[in-house]
Design a protein around this ligand. Structure first.
Ligand code: SF4
Ligand code: SF4
Length: 281
């Protein structure tokens, strides 16, 4: 298949999708009606046979019961991962007050996730239409949690394997378009051009500057620890949960939650930070 054209059409879908703009019935403030959520996405592709997938069975990586691409789709040939970066409006708003999530950021989390699901569904359906069996793990009924914080498909680990970037101290994935955004992925029988990884280590793009740790309102990131264990999920989740609730004047009565202070006003907010380790050649 013509992958360049496929990507171009997917970008067009994102641009034209009503899900990528805040609807009147969802807007937390009148001035946010029509706000764009995501900028142009990044695409990365890995072979379904990439040995790094099997590496995720290591309990230190993800979990022994993690599902490999062929368990989702027996004839799988490729895995496509996409990063949808938040617009600068969302990131700038969230950097204004470091104690509570901005309304813009909350929209990015909640309505943004609806857009991500619509985007993943679009990718899957387009590939099926083109004659390739395709699975979208995040909405597949077989998707499950294996234990707290670990599921049988991980978007960030998939993005790493697909060449989109490396982990940061905050456990977000640092891409060429920064760390603030959302991921989705599909597994397909289409044989697609593989994206070259410009890194070899899990944390190559993180400079260990510690700015994300300084930004965290609850000290959930400890930059004095080994980078593998610097981020503690429990205090982060607990804080994010305190922001979980109905917003006054929210016409759709949705619950909103979020934080993301470790993803704004940091050197990796909009791209790979200066001083990051890049693979040669
Ligand atoms: S802010 Fe600094 S330490 Fe934190 S993830 Fe980004 S580059 Fe790494
Ligand atoms: S999302 Fe918020 S609470 Fe969680 S690690 Fe980042 S800054 Fe801290």
């Amino acid at each position: 298949m013509d992958f360049a054209q496929f990507k171009e059409e997917a970008v067009g879908f994102l641009h034209d999708s009503a899900h990528n703009y805040i609807a009147v019935q969802d807007a937390l403030r009148d001035d946010l009606i029509g706000m764009q959520i995501f900028d142009e996405p990044l695409f990365g592709v890995a072979s379904a046979d990439d040995p790094l997938f099997a590496g995720l069975l290591n309990p230190e990586a993800v979990h022994p019961d993690y599902w490999l691409p062929h368990q989702w789709l027996a004839e799988a040939k490729s895995v496509i991962s996409c990063f949808l970066p938040f617009t600068s409006q969302i990131k700038k708003a969230n950097a204004m007050d470091m104690s509570a999530p901005a309304d813009e950021w909350l929209h990015g989390r909640i309505e943004g996730q609806e857009m991500v699901s619509a985007f993943g569904t679009y990718l899957r359906d387009k590939l099926i239409e083109a004659g390739y069996d395709t699975v979208l793990p995040s909405t597949d009924p077989r998707f499950k949690m294996l234990e707290p914080y670990k599921s049988n498909w991980s978007e960030r680990h998939t993005a790493y394997i697909c060449g989109l970037g490396t982990f940061g101290m905050s456990k977000g994935l640092i891409t060429a378009k920064g760390i603030a955004g959302r991921f989705c992925s599909v597994i397909t029988t289409a044989e697609l051009p593989i994206t070259k990884r410009s890194y070899s280590g899990l944390y190559d793009y993180c400079t260990r500057c510690g700015k994300c740790a300084k930004n965290c309102p609850v000290g959930a990131i400890d930059s004095s620890c080994d980078i593998n264990i610097a981020k503690k999920h429990e205090p982060c989740d607990k804080f994010v949960y305190t922001t979980n609730g109905l917003k006054p004047n929210q016409p759709n009565h949705k619950k909103y939650f979020g934080c993301g202070k470790c993803q704004v006003n940091v050197p990796c907010e909009n791209g790979i930070p200066k001083g990051a380790k890049m693979a040669e050649g």
